[in-house]
Design a protein around this ligand. Structure first.
Ligand code: G3P
Length: 218
C-alpha cells in the first residue's frame, strides 16, 4: 500500500519525507491557491523532494487547453502525474497523455462507472473522493470496495485506486482492508496514524524502568 500526502506545502513535504513513508504527493487547484505559490515552481520543488508520483492538476476544462497544460506539466519532471477531471474531455486528455507514456490521475470520481471509464482511458490512478461522499450522507468506502472489486475482474485494467478526500486514520484502515493501492492524506492524518495512548503510556513505563537499571547500551 502506498502513502501519498495531499498538500502543496513544500515545508510540510520536506518534514514528512524524513519519515521514509511517503511514496508520492497529490495537489489540486485549491491546495495550490492555499499555498499562494506558482504551480510550476511548487511542482518542481516537490518532485525534487519525493521521487514518486507527484500529481499536478490542469486548470482548464476544454480538451485542447487541458492537453497543452498536461504536456507542459508532464515536461517539468519525469515523476509528474497529470491530474485531469472526470469529464468526457478530461478522459480524452487522459487517453492521449497515457498513450504518450505520461502518468495520469483522474480526479473527482464519485461513482464506479466513472472509475471504469478512467481505467479504459488508461489512467495510472483513479481518485475516488471518500470524504466528500461521506459529507453528503453517502458511503465513501463502499465506492472504494466497488472499484477494487471491479478492477480485480479485469487484469488489463492497470489503474491504481487512489483513495482521496481522506479525513481520518479510520479512512486509511478501511482503505487498507479493502486492498486499495494508494491513500492520499493530509499530513495531519499521517501524524495521527502513529498515535495510541497505550504506546505513550507503555513507553513512559519502559523509560522509567530502564533508568532504574542504570545501564547503557552504547
Ligand atoms: O486532492 C483531492 C482530495 O484529496 C481533496 O480532499 O478534503 O478537499 O475533499 P478534500
Amino acid at each position: 500500500m502506498k502513502f501519498f500526502i495531499d498538500t502543496a506545502e513544500v515545508a510540510e513535504i520536506k518534514a514528512l519525507a524524513d519519515t521514509g513513508l511517503v511514496d508520492g504527493v497529490t495537489t489540486n487547484p485549491s491546495l495550490i491557491a492555499k499555498s499562494g505559490r506558482n504551480i510550476l515552481d511548487v511542482i518542481c520543488e516537490i518532485c525534487d523532494i519525493i521521487p514518486g508520483p507527484i500529481s499536478a492538476e490542469v486548470g482548464a476544462t476544454d480538451y485542447e487547453t487541458m492537453l497543452a497544460e498536461g504536456r507542459k506539466l508532464a515536461g517539468l519532471r519525469p515523476n509528474v502525474a497529470v491530474k485531469v477531471p472526470l469529464t468526457p474531455d478530461g478522459l480524452k486528455v487522459c487517453k492521449a497523455l497515457s498513450d504518450d507514456g505520461t502518468m495520469v490521475n483522474v480526479t473527482l470520481c464519485f461513482s464506479a462507472n466513472q472509475a471504469i471509464l478512467a481505467a479504459k482511458a488508461g489512467a495510472a490512478f483513479i481518485s475516488p473522493f471518500v470524504g466528500r461522499l461521506d459529507d453528503i450522507g453517502q458511503d465513501g468506502m463502499q465506492l472504494i470496495s466497488d472499484i477494487v472489486e471491479i478492477y480485480a475482474q479485469y487484469p488489463d485494467f492497470t489503474t491504481d485506486v487512489l483513495v482521496a478526500s481522506v479525513r481520518s486514520p479510520m479512512h486509511v484502515t478501511d482503505a487498507a482492508r479493502l486492498g486499495a493501492h494508494v491513500v492520499t492524506m493530509p499530513a495531519s492524518v499521517l501524524r495521527q496514524m502513529y498515535q495510541h495512548p497505550l504506546t505513550d503510556k507503555g513507553l513512559a513505563t519502559f523509560c522509567a524502568d530502564w533508568a532504574k537499571t542504570g545501564q547503557s547500551i552504547l
